[in-house]
Ligand binder design. Structure first.
Ligand SMILES: Cc1cc2nc3c(=O)[nH]c(=O)nc-3n(C[C@H](O)[C@H](O)[C@H](O)COP(=O)(O)O)c2cc1C
Length: 187
């Protein structure tokens, strides 16, 4: 197996991080991997915000918790009672991927970039988690405006995904089962 396939297969979602910061050089390679993702008609309809500012991450966490507490999804309500909960698992660096509102393929393109970033992170010896749950913080319209500003978003962009990044602080997670009954060879 070559290095690319190994990184794709061995990357796991990491949900516990050491507090030590991710070196800028590594962050830059991860961003570069995101920028090289395939995009529909090469539109690159995205914006990446690299956040190490704990106050901003805490604000998004509080907003997420607020929505989780008031939802009728039981699983979220239970999670919201955990005092240590963070949608970013206390990662020291979080990259937010925002898409251009008027580009139909922005969500797909951002998803491609997020996956590239996670694989690149693994190849550099870093843990990552592809995250969407934090989006609940943006359901509060007033908070959303504040957060968009904090993330430096240009007008007309909305945050879609995040990639939590850092050095792994947990034993290698089990590989979730992959269903193989989804492949057909048509010859
Ligand atoms: C679109 C998307 C959203 C996700 N959102 C979250 C999330 O909010 N929180 C989380 O812990 N994991 C999240 N994940 C990670 C998945 O749970 C994980 O990829 C899946 O369970 C398979 O595990 P693996 O990444 O270790 O292979 C998300 C993954 C994707 C692709």
């Amino acid at each position: 197996m070559n290095q690319t396939i190994t990184s794709i297969l061995e990357r796991r979602s990491i949900r516990a991080f050491k507090p030590e910061p991710v070196p800028e050089r590594e962050v830059n390679w991860i961003l570069e991997a995101g920028l090289y993702a395939a995009t529909s008609r090469n539109k690159q309809p995205w914006f990446f915000s690299v956040v190490t500012n704990k106050a901003i991450l805490d604000k998004i966490t509080r907003g997420t918790l607020e929505t989780m507490r008031t939802t009728n999804i039981e699983q979220y309500k239970i999670k919201a009672q955990d005092p240590g909960f963070s949608p970013f698992y206390h990662a020291p660096t979080v990259i937010f991927l925002s898409g251009k509102d008027d580009e139909a393929s922005a969500v797909i393109d951002c998803a491609n970039a997020a996956q590239n970033m996670c694989v690149a992170a693994y190849s550099l010896g870093l843990g990552s988690c592809y995250v969407r749950s934090f989006k609940q913080a943006f359901e509060d319209r007033v908070l959303a405006v504040e957060l968009n500003k904090a993330l430096g978003l240009p007008e007309g962009y909305s945050t879609i995904f995040a990639v939590a990044l850092g050095y792994t602080d947990e034993p290698p997670p089990n590989t979730p089962h992959r269903n193989r009954d989804v492949i057909r060879y048509i010859k």
